[in-house]
Design a binder for this molecule. Sequence first.
Ligand code: ZN
Length: 320
Amino acid sequence: MSEIIGHHEVIRGLRSGLVSGNLPHAFLFMGPSGVGKATVAHGFAQSLLCADAARSGEALGGCHRCAACHKVQVRCHVDLQWVEKEEGKTRISVDQVRDLTRFLSLTPMESAWKVAIVDDAAEMNAAAANALLKTLEEPPANSILILVTSRPGMLLATTLSRCVKYYFQSLSKEEFSQIIRGKTSLGDDQLDSVINYSEGNLGFALSFVGEGQLEQCNRLTQELEDLLRQGGLGKLSEVAEYWSNADRFPLAHFVVRRWLMEKVRDCVYSGGVPGRVREWLTVETFSKEMFALAEAVNINKRLLLEGIFIKILRISGAFL
Ligand SMILES: [Zn+2]
């Protein structure tokens, strides 16, 4: 489990619940993507399941020494269930939620609680979301359910109303830098680029650090500039094909969105004609909707990118 940095208010609230023992059965951790909601959920689960109850409320994450803490760290504690969408699937299925409700209804085996974490709760399909309602309405004794999401608007109103909500804020630039610095030996220039590209999304920033994707980002930025300056449909298909690869697409999502937002901003600040600003805004909105769609359903990512690139080409005047 990563070290928890920031989120002082949330952690204070969770610790006070641990100390008093006055805990609700269902939590909703909501806030921007990649700020560490799941990491805090993991730490909270560890505190709940830690064998050294006297220390479990001292800091989030339990004592870090007992067998229970070690098992939670590697996610193999019998009283902890972690639910995510399965590989290759776009949603969390009803079968996964049925497993979860069955798990929560059992008596804890090695600790005082049964703990289940659903990350990302907005990925539950309709049947799965409905299957969870009964557990929320009649929570089994000694059960704790933690729903994690950046899109609470996608949850059922009845789900929202039955959870105690914890609001996560974006990390400050200092907190963000502190975490990245702790995990890398990047120089200041590169660190600034990583922070810029990742727009506050820590999970994404760490993927840069881990895989050295900075060069890839610069490559796509250059390709977008070339498209805009030189046009050319052949190149467009080639670029879309390359970035539609499942490993590269998340990075393309960030770079394209950031690049378009910068274009809108540049156009406004340079006193661009209203028609031009509107053109960039249209492409920016279109890309935002397309990428949101790609997160929700399984669509052809090459066609999605081509669609965005064609709109960029239109602005370049290549079709006029
Ligand atoms: Zn422990």
